[in-house]
Design a protein around this ligand. Structure first.
Ligand SMILES: [Zn+2]
Length: 275
């Protein structure tokens, strides 16, 4: 968390407010979120640079700068990305990790309560190498059932684990993996190489569908996730299995099973609907 729909929601909201803006000042309050970059190099790169484009790749918010660098923020469980037209209050300043003051005085802020998120800075070749190692984007037109089957077929691992592996498929985490497997009527523990083409096609359709519906609801807020305007998502009201272990299956009425055996994360499924 957050997964594709949440990061896409944030990015769609903040992109029009940041693209084309020059960063006049940058201040990093906490350094433990940094990966592959020092505080000094991050600040030096940001100041005077222009944010050309803000977009999503997998579960990352990507800020393409006019220098060709990519600042990559993965907000994870407790992070949020917001743009302020006014000075921040004392409470808002709490948990701030990064503040970029734009040349028009507005502020782009990355807050993170528990600092589980990360900031990376990559140059153009570094970014090309990195993005090349991530799997296809499920909401892109080129993501067909054949592309999907081709990416997954080679592994014997449990299908739930395989669709959450970012090298095979971008953007899907625990919530939407659970939901898609339920919608596709597939047992999450089934070894991936044993899926038939028909099952790959069903799972492909279920993944695309659940991500689209979650995006239309601005994502799932269980705890700290907020959109780029500080709102809660609404997809938590539409979850059919995630977080519902022990409750009744919406299809057959039997008790949903919760297990940690597949990948240490909680998997919830229906034994009778997902054979
Ligand atoms: Zn059922």
């Amino acid at each position: 968390m957050p997964e594709l729909p949440e990061v896409e929601t944030i990015v769609r909201e903040i992109a029009p407010r940041l693209e084309g803006c020059r960063i006049a000042r940058a201040e990093l309050k906490k350094t433990d979120v940094l990966r592959q970059v020092s505080k000094q190099r991050l600040i030096k790169t940001l100041v005077g640079n222009t944010i050309e484009q803000v977009y999503r790749r997998a579960k990352h918010a990507v800020f393409r700068l006019s220098s060709g660098h990519r600042m990559i923020i993965q907000p994870r469980m407790t992070g949020s990305l917001l743009v302020y037209d006014r000075p921040l209050g004392r409470v808002e300043l709490k948990y701030v990790v990064l503040i970029c003051t734009l040349s028009d005085g507005r502020k782009f802020v990355y807050r993170d309560v528990r600092r589980l998120g990360t900031i990376w800075l990559l140059d153009e070749p570094g970014w090309i190498a990195y993005t090349g190692r991530i799997g296809p984007e499920p909401l892109e037109e080129m993501f067909t059932p054949f592309v999907f089957a081709d990416r997954l077929r080679g592994t014997r691992t449990a299908v739930k684990k395989a669709i959450m592996d970012q090298r095979r498929l971008a953007g899907v985490g625990n919530i939407y993996a659970n939901e898609a497997l339920f919608d596709a009527r597939l047992n999450p523990a089934k070894p991936t190489h044993r899926l038939s083409l028909e099952e790959f096609a069903r799972l492909h359709a279920a993944i695309v569908d659940v991500l689209r519906r979650a995006l239309a609801s601005s994502g799932t807020t269980l705890r700290d996730y907020r959109t780029g305007t500080g709102e809660r998502g609404r997809f938590q009201f539409e979850l059919r299995v995630y977080g519902r272990g022990g409750e009744k299956c919406v299809q057959c009425g039997k008790k949903l099973v919760a297990t940690h055996k597949i990948d240490l994360r909680q998997t919830v499924f229906c034994r009778s609907c997902q054979k």
